[in-house]
Design a protein around this ligand. Structure first.
Ligand code: AMP
Ligand code: MG
Length: 430
């Protein structure tokens, strides 16, 4: 039976920054693909988008009302209305078929192109025609209750976007407003960086798939589910490979199913126990860069390349403890996924908050304490979300951030400020 690690990869524990830069060094934005814009929200644009048209395409009305020559109604008021002849009615989607002459008007709806000769729009509310109903009987005349100016309530052609203009640059993270903008210039497909395929493998003799009966001595697999959800949240496509048992053959067999992945994430089996053999499998079938990081939680963390048909697939071996797995995912896997997606800025945002509790750092590792950030009198405060052991998922589930105690700081006292890496931005807090 495989026992303690005999692979000779016992280099010293490395710093979080070193670990992150070693990991990020092997990733870059993935290949690009043309994609239906409806399926690009949150993805990163891989081309400049140039509009072939003006938006709006023609001068058009910003209001329901009357298209006029502003010169004809210069002194009009409620007391001294100006009567104009109504020569037509026009709605969005139609083309004006006539030219307006002096003292004429056209009943016009929002979005309808401005007739030739008109240069302003008077809203219904400023006229004697208050019905504002398209089906009401259209009078031959309308009384205008207000003066106007050149271009009032007229949306000029090209006001939003000009033909030939670059409306979005490669590298833009697409949000609903961007997707609307792309649609507005008539494009249905755009080039984006594809999503990474991320294989997720749980290891352990004790691990049971949720939904099944739990035998004595076993525990349910929470890691695969938390990691898969975190992969999704980061923008990757998670694929749960299953559960490998703590023996070389079982892990190797499952890992052989990951050849199509951009990243493999395993959990457990990377510390110093008798059955922690993920590292052994990796060193036989690939390379190990490091397997221990100066952080808490998350110290046992392996990173290397899994050899699949001559190709090295990056593998992050997360610790088994569920809190360690999620915290380490945040530090290393999420940035890698963001990088593959083409994001330029990959870390989580941090804030500074006043600490309610004390954080003790006994062994010079970087601590990521599970914490709840809240706002009081416009100042951020943060309190620890519960017992800080790396198996206490309930405290992780209460947290919206990770309060960071640096490696070289033995203690952060209550009342001092602390940097917090934000995991969620609950709107009731911010
Ligand atoms: P290990 O790294 O294998 O020593 O595991 C550390 C701890 O994490 C042990 O208490 C395991 O039972 C637990 N653990 C390992 N894998 C999982 C998992 N998939 N879900 C929940 N807990 C796990
Ligand atoms: Mg184990």
């Amino acid at each position: 039976m495989a026992s303690k690690n005999q692979d000779g990869h016992h280099e010293a524990m490395i710093d979080v920054e070193d670990a992150l830069s070693k990991i990020l060094a092997v990733f870059s934005p993935l290949s690009t693909q043309k994609r239906d814009i409806l399926r690009t929200n949150g993805m990163v644009l891989a081309e400049d988008i140039i509009s072939g048209i003006n938006i709006p395409p023609l001068d058009n009305s910003a209001m329901d009302g009357y298209a006029v020559k502003y010169e004809n109604i210069q002194n009009a008021s409620l007391k001294n209305p100006k009567s104009l002849k109504v020569v037509a009615t026009t709605a969005a989607g139609e083309l004006p078929y006539l030219t307006l002459f002096d003292n004429e008007s056209v009943r016009i709806m929002t979005g309808a192109p401005i007739p030739m000769g008109a240069n302003a729009v008077v809203p219904f509310e400023e006229t004697g025609d208050k019905l504002n109903a398209i089906n009401s009987k259209i009078a031959n005349e309308v009384r205008i209750h207000t003066s106007s100016f050149l271009g009032q309530h007229v949306r000029k052609a090209g006001q939003d976007v000009k033909s030939g203009e670059t409306i979005l640059h490669s590298g833009t993270v697409l949000h609903p407003s961007h997707i609307a903008l792309i649609a507005s210039v008539g494009k249905a497909f755009v080039k984006v960086f594809r999503r990474p395929e991320v294989a997720i493998l749980a290891t352990g003799n004790e691990i049971t798939k949720p939904g099944n009966n739990l035998q004595t001595g076993k525990i349910y697999d929470s890691n695969s589910y938390g990691i898969a959800s975190a992969v999704l949240e980061a923008g990757g496509n998670p694929a749960i490979v299953g559960i490998a048992r703590d023996n070389f053959e079982s892990i190797e067999k499952k890992l052989n199913k990951c050849s199509g992945s951009d990243l493999v994430i395993t959990s457990a089996g990377v510390s110093k126990g008798d059955f922690d053999i993920v590292k052994d499998v990796l060193s036989k079938n690939g390379t190990i860069e490091f397997h221990s990081v100066r952080m808490k939680p998350g110290k046992p963390l392996a990173f290397g390349g899994l050899n699949q048909n001559g190709k090295l697939i990056p593998l992050v071996g997360l610790p088994g403890n569920p809190v360690s797995a999620l915290v380490a995912f945040e530090q290393f896997c999420r940035p890698a996924i963001r990088l593959m997606l083409g994001h330029k800025f990959v870390p989580r945002a941090t804030i500074t908050a006043i600490l309610d509790d004390e954080i003790d750092n006994q062994d010079g590792r970087r601590i990521y304490a599970r914490a709840i950030v809240y706002k009081k009198h416009d100042i951020y405060h943060v309190s620890l979300s519960g017992f800080q052991s790396s198996n206490i998922l309930s405290a992780m589930a209460k947290a919206n951030g990770l309060a960071i105690c640096p490696e070289n700081k033995p203690v952060i006292k209550a009342g001092e400020t602390v940097t917090v890496m934000m995991l969620y931005w609950p709107s009731e807090v911010f």
